[in-house]
Design a protein around this ligand. Structure first.
Ligand code: SF4
Length: 325
């Protein structure tokens, strides 16, 4: 079994809520509340959940695009959260991110060649010819060419702009990429092209990826393992095959039931979750899902279930799901 490239231990990200005349901290939004994850070298780990569950915050915290409250993140043996900013810089080229909205993440006044070369400049590639050559090679990797280098972001379609976003992440030759909802802003017809590109790149470059999405059908196409998040915590994690064949957590089952089935003859019971996701400012006690769970029992609002291995590395946190042996 390959070794871990990234290990996340008990990661917490709380945001202060200020109030009163003196703008004192009066509460905390617990966006991420004790997440443990491991990502193996060359693996694509999916992180899914409804909007506001904390998945994007996890992605940004492990890159230190925002500062976690506590926990540990080890990348290639480096204790990321305890590095000084100056020590972090050499690692930055190895850990990249692709954002959800390719248009707003690309400077509209810069040409594509300049946008992609920016990272090379920041990381000390001084020679302009070398920068140009590397930009060109990277554009080819994402299915674009030299003629695109002199154009501006508004001259491209949504799918092309996301290819440019991917090229910007790849140009530094990283080993790890966070993909933050990389296809959710794209038309469905374009989504599969970008997903196929990501899969091909992952294989060709042996990349390790954290793929953040709210749509289960998207992670089904690209991920090796999938972690499901609810209100700041991981509630289920297993291989993709196992999760899609045998989802265990009631929340995962509800997400799965929303995936459209292409064959109209096959019917699946749709599980409609009651109410909205509770506020992370004041999450429900014990099992956070108990206010919306159709299987909840008295114990669920009193005791927090732990994430347990049900067998075959299929982890789930639910009082009603027990290990097979
Ligand atoms: Fe539902 Fe209880 Fe399981 Fe939580 S612990 S998912 S409330 S059955």
């Amino acid at each position: 079994m390959s070794e871990n490239l990234l290990t996340i231990q008990d990661l917490k990200v709380y945001f202060d809520v200020k109030g009163g005349l003196l703008k004192r901290t009066v509460a905390h939004v617990k966006a991420v509340d004790g997440v443990n994850l491991e990502i193996k070298k060359g693996e694509i780990l999916g992180l899914v959940g409804e909007s506001g569950c904390g998945k994007t915050t996890v992605g940004r915290a492990i890159l230190r695009l925002l500062e976690p409250t506590s926990g540990a993140v080890y990348f290639n043996g480096n204790d990321i959260l305890n590095l000084h900013r100056s020590q972090l810089k050499p690692l930055r080229h190895d850990m990249q991110i692709v954002f959800q909205d390719p248009f707003s993440s690309l400077d509209p006044r810069s040409r594509i060649g300049e946008i992609i070369a920016e990272g090379l400049r920041v990381h000390g590639v001084k020679d302009a010819d070398e920068r140009r050559q590397r930009v060109l090679e990277t554009l080819k990797l994402v299915g674009m060419n030299e003629t695109h280098m002199r154009r501006f972001p508004h001259e491209f379609s949504g799918g092309q702009r996301q290819r440019i976003g991917i090229a910007r992440a790849l140009v530094l030759n990283p080993s790890f990429i966070v993909l933050d909802e990389p296809v959710s802003a794209l038309d469905v017809s374009i989504q599969s092209q970008v997903l196929n590109l990501l899969k091909d790149l992952q294989k060709a470059l042996n990349l390790t990826m954290l793929f953040i999405a709210h749509d289960m059908s998207v992670v089904e196409h690209v991920c090796d393992r999938v972690a499901v998040m609810y209100l700041g915590k991981v509630v289920e994690i297993s291989s993709r095959e196992e999760l899609f064949r045998n989802p265990q957590h009631p929340y995962t089952q509800a997400l799965m039931s929303a995936i459209p089935i292409p064959n109209p003859k096959i019917k699946r019971e749709r599980i409609i979750l009651q109410g909205d996701v509770p506020s992370p400012l004041n999450p429900p006690k014990a099992c956070r899902f108990h206010t919306r769970c159709r299987e909840a029992i008295a114990m669920c609002s009193e005791v927090d279930p732990i994430l347990e291995d049900l067998g075959n590395h299929h982890f789930c946190s639910c009082h009603l799901r027990q290990p097979t042996n």
